[in-house]
Design a binder for this molecule. Structure first.
Ligand SMILES: [Zn+2]
Length: 146
C-alpha cells in the first residue's frame, strides 16, 4: 500500500510503498509518555519500502534507558514541532510509526491491544479485540495490508 505522512510543521515527512500492519494500540507507559496519548497507535511497515521526504536534519532521536535488555526504547521526533516520527529498526527490517501522523484517510483498523497490563485507568477497552498483557508476538502475515 502507498502511505504518506508528515510532522505538524511539515518540515519532515515520509512515504512508503509496501506492506503495513493494521494499528496496534500500545498501552505501555513509555509509549503513553512519548505520545501524550492514552495509547500509542502503532503501525509496522517494511523498512525497505520507506523513505524520508523533506529536511532529514530535523529528525531527532532519543534512546531511553534500557529496562531489561537491549535494544533501547527509541523515539524519533521533529526538532521544530515535536511530532513523533517513524523509527527505523534496520536490524529487523521494519519501521514503526504512529498512525496519527499519516496523511489523508488511510484505512488502517486497530487489530489488537498491547501492554494492557500498563494501561491508563482512563482508558476502557470495549472493542472486543485481542488484548496482550505485555508485548504481543509479531503479527501473523495474513493480517498485513498489501
Ligand atoms: Zn515538524
Amino acid at each position: 500500500m502507498h502511505l504518506t505522512g508528515s510532522c505538524l510543521c511539515g518540515g519532515i515527512g515520509f512515504e512508503l510503498d509496501g506492506w503495513a500492519s493494521p494499528v496496534q494500540a500500545c498501552h505501555a507507559s513509555r509509549c503513553r509518555k512519548a505520545t501524550g496519548a492514552l495509547y500509542s497507535p502503532e503501525v509496522a511497515a517494511s523498512a525497505a519500502a520507506f523513505r524520508w521526504v523533506g529536511d532529514e536534519g530535523l529528525i531527532r532521536q532519543y534512546d531511553a534507558p534500557i529496562l531489561h535488555e537491549p535494544p533501547a526504547y527509541r523515539r524519533c521526533f521533529c526538532d521544530r514541532c515535536g511530532s513523533p516520527l517513524p523509527v527505523v529498526i534496520a536490524e529487523a527490517g521494519i519501521v514503526i510509526l504512529q498512525a496519527g501522523i499519516l496523511d489523508g484517510t488511510a484505512e488502517l483498523p486497530v487489530f489488537r491491544h498491547a501492554f494492557v497490563g500498563q494501561k491508563s485507568p482512563c482508558c476502557d477497552i470495549t472493542d472486543g479485540l485481542p488484548q496482550f498483557d505485555g508485548q504481543p508476538p509479531a503479527p501473523d502475515p495474513s493480517v498485513l495490508l498489501g
